[in-house]
Design a protein. Structure first.
Length: 423
């Protein structure tokens, strides 16, 4: 089979690494890819939202299956683009159609979906610039901290949590009136703050059947002890130690099943990954958000734990016989630590040469923001590489990742040394 992966991050390198192990794979193309995918696939320098260029690749490379990594092309309708094109419609796409991708594309849509299907989540209300004063009044009914979410896609930075009421009102005005996040914050969802510990549950569905994949917990803040600005993710652990059988059964009954059934009831066609961001409040799971793709860096710990031929699993999604597949999971713990550029998530320099990653032993190196330039591997993004390791528990796995990180260097390299600190 010839497979095309769309994306350029650690998630896409991990998927490429896993798919490259399948004896069924004939050719692997990644668009645009990175320095890591270049070693195992054919990189094609095109944007994930350039649908016409993607069509040309799909036809010229005789692609049999498309795996969509990031959310943008899904929210923009890449799956529908394939279905509506006579030359492409027989090429399966792993990722939901546009209507279902609104689960991530619009916080308000997701909240309404959860309310409709009795899926536990925080109380909320939505506001626009036209009812800003009502937004202020709603904030006054809540206890701090105050949670404000840009309705649309804001590259993972559209959620603001503030302790002070006046700061929250100023932020609401900034998002709605001053368009702090552009069109993404034309509508803002304000919701009650939930106090607990977070985790992510990943579900793979073919539109009818579904499989629950390993749990993971990621660490979003740049600073140790979960301080500082939000990032795309600084590290992750799988499985989550506190997600025992009783709690997972509750998640399955109250969240996973009604989500998949809700998609069917609402006629939202969905073939692909559902990322459910959860918080454990007491002993109860509540949904914080949905993503319509795998998370990053959670992919770097979840996918390596799947023992199956990953291409066979994705074929089962495409052909709607996922129920026939038994997902086999490595029982060891996997951890990943993200190496980032100095200054990230604010301004940072690119083009720094990366050395030492070829000396890593007993860990996996997944490239994110990297590319080949004049025979060297250099940084091109804020998040540069993820170092994944296995162990009997998260402490042993992290020790391996941190030992190997000492071999890697690039100018102003930064990483968190406390992944798993709250477990």
């Amino acid at each position: 089979m010839n497979v095309l992966i769309l994306g350029s991050g650690g998630r896409e390198h991990t998927m490429a690494w896993k798919l490259s192990q399948s004896p069924k794979l004939k050719k692997l193309v990644v668009a645009p890819g990175n320095a890591g995918t270049a070693n195992i696939a054919k990189n094609m320098p095109i944007g994930v939202n350039d649908f016409e260029a993607i069509k040309k690749i799909a036809l010229s490379e005789n692609i049999d299956l498309v795996v969509v990594g990031p959310e943008d092309p899904l929210v923009n309708g890449i799956h529908d683009f394939f279905l509506n094109d006579t030359e492409l419609r027989n090429i399966p796409v792993i990722g939901p159609q546009k209507a279902a991708a609104q689960l991530e594309g619009s916080k308000e849509f997701a909240k309404e979906f959860m309310m409709r299907h009795a899926i536990p989540t925080a109380a909320y209300q939505s506001f626009t610039a036209s009812n800003l004063e009502e937004g202020y009044a709603f904030l006054e009914t809540l206890k701090p901290p105050y949670v404000l979410k840009a309705d649309g896609l804001a590259a993972g930075k559209g959620v603001v949590i503030l302790e002070d009421l006046n700061d929250a009102k100023a932020e609401l005005r900034s998002m709605l009136v001053d368009a702090k996040f552009g069109g993404a914050s034309a509508t803002v969802v304000i919701e009650e703050f939930l106090d607990g510990i977070e985790l992510s549950v990943f579900v793979l569905t073919d539109g009818n059947g579904y499989k629950v994949l390993p749990t993971a917990k990621d660490y979003k803040r740049i600073g140790e002890g979960d301080k500082g600005l939000n990032t795309g993710g600084m590290g992750a652990i799988s499985p989550v130690p506190f997600a025992d059988k009783v709690f997972m059964d509750k998640i399955h009954t109250e969240v996973v099943k009604p989500t998949v059934e809700g998609l069917k009831k609402d006629n939202l066609p969905y073939k692909g990954f559902i990322f459910i961001g959860l918080i454990k409040v007491g002993d109860e799971p509540k949904v914080i958000e949905y993503n319509v793709r795998m998370g990053d860096p959670e992919t770097e710990v979840v996918i390596p734990r799947i023992k199956n031929d990953f291409l066979e699993v994705l074929q089962a999604v495409a052909h709607e016989n996922l129920d026939e597949v038994v997902i086999e999971i490595d029982q060891r713990t996997a951890t990943t630590v993200m190496l980032v550029s100095g200054g990230y998530p604010e301004a940072y320099e690119k083009g720094k040469e990366i050395k030492g990653f070829n000396e890593v032993q007993d860990s996996l190196v997944f490239h994110a923001g990297t590319q080949f330039k004049e025979g060297k591997v250099v940084t091109t993004g804020g998040r540069v590489m993820a170092i994944t390791s296995f162990g009997v528990d998260f402490r042993e796995a992290l020790e391996k990742s941190y030992q190997n990180i000492e071999k890697i260097r690039f100018d102003k390299m930064n990483y968190r040394k406390d992944i798993g600190f709250d477990l």
